[in-house]
Design a protein around this ligand. Structure first.
Ligand code: ADP
Length: 312
């Protein structure tokens, strides 16, 4: 009876497995369709938007091209058009990045990168906002920081998200950026003396479109995508991104990425597997019974005289 029950359960399990495989295919298909849709829509939106941005930039930077001087009120309105188009363009790029990262289609182009250089580029980009808000900034990066094998553009994107968040959510004090080697990794920290994040929101801010909406934050423009994209990028590098924050005191966002790719150490089959996939060694020996196999004998016959025999 027990054997029969077991066989019956096994059959059920097989059926369930088949069902699961079908469902999985459907889910993967839906995910692919979503990613393709987002890519198409982003492209369709980006083309005319770039045209608007290009023309507004031209109008604002060289108004003399159009003959007479443009009235100041018109220039002011154009600046609003420019700001909003830039915001839309960033939003579209973020949505596209997130959709690609979620569907596993975000490919990293890794190379040896000097993080000191990337940090100084990013500080340069955020400097106008820091100056405008009269915030002080400090960069504490040792000169002997090793090069890191990572995707330069993507890691710059993470740094830019963290630093511009720090500048946007801080009204007094300043921002400190640190990077140091810890074991096999480099840890980068962006610390601010801003409004901080309530404990109940700390787990949610890495979710797409999540924004903390209390008190002073409502007016800050943003889409709630920066941190989720940054987390996906750091995860793809087999690193981790985390935050520590005290409301009213400040926040510290840190991320850690391995200095060298783990799969460069081995020469096994793993080197044929995509770089961004995580490789874990199978530690426990398999408990399944070994499949029966018949031994094979390979006979190498240099003279060719066995060939005739083998035909029989
Ligand atoms: P956003 O575009 O809204 O800034 P993010 O994904 O970058 O989106 O951040 C999500 C939310 O996390 C923000 O809306 C903000 O409430 C909070 N947050 C992020 N960084 C900071 C920071 N340095 N200080 C305080 N709050 C922050």
């Amino acid at each position: 009876q027990a054997m029969e029950d077991l066989m019956h359960t096994n059959r059920q399990l097989d059926l369930l497995n088949e069902h699961l495989a079908r469902m999985r295919l459907l889910a993967e298909e839906a995910q692919r369709a979503k990613a393709a849709f987002v890519a198409k829509v982003s492209h369709e939106l980006r083309t005319p938007l770039n045209m608007i941005l290009g023309l507004t930039d031209l109008l604002l930077e060289t108004p003399q091209v159009y003959g007479e001087a443009l009235p100041p009120a018109l220039l002011e309105d154009l600046r609003i058009v420019q700001r909003n188009s830039e915001y839309l363009s960033k939003l579209i790029n973020d949505v596209l990045d997130l959709s690609q990262a979620e569907s596993g289609r975000l490919v990293l182009h890794k190379e040896w990168v000097d993080l000191r250089e990337e940090i100084s580029v990013v500080v340069g980009a955020v400097q106008p906002l820091l100056e405008k808000k009269r915030l002080v900034w400090r960069v504490e990066v040792p000169s002997e920081l090793p090069l890191v094998y990572c995707d330069r553009t993507r890691i710059r994107q993470v740094l830019l998200n963290l630093l511009s968040n720090a500048a946007r959510y801080t009204d007094q004090g300043g921002v400190t950026i640190r990077a140091c080697k810890q074991g096999d990794c480099v840890v980068t920290e962006v610390e601010d003396t801003g409004c901080g994040i309530p404990a109940e929101d700390l787990g949610k801010i890495f979710e797409p479109f999540y924004q903390v909406s209390t008190g002073a934050r409502v007016a800050r423009e943003g889409s709630g995508l920066g941190l989720s994209i940054s987390k996906q990028i750091v995860d793809l590098h087999q690193g981790r991104l985390w935050v520590m924050s005290t409301p009213g005191v400040g926040s510290t966002f840190s991320f850690e990425i391995p200095i060298a790719p783990p799969d460069q150490r081995g020469t096994e089959a793993r080197r044929w597997i995509r770089e961004e996939w995580t490789w874990l060694d199978h530690r426990e020996p398999s408990r399944l019974p070994k499949p029966p196999h018949r031994q094979r004998v390979v006979v190498y016959d240099e003279t060719g005289s066995f060939h005739g025999l083998a035909d029989h």
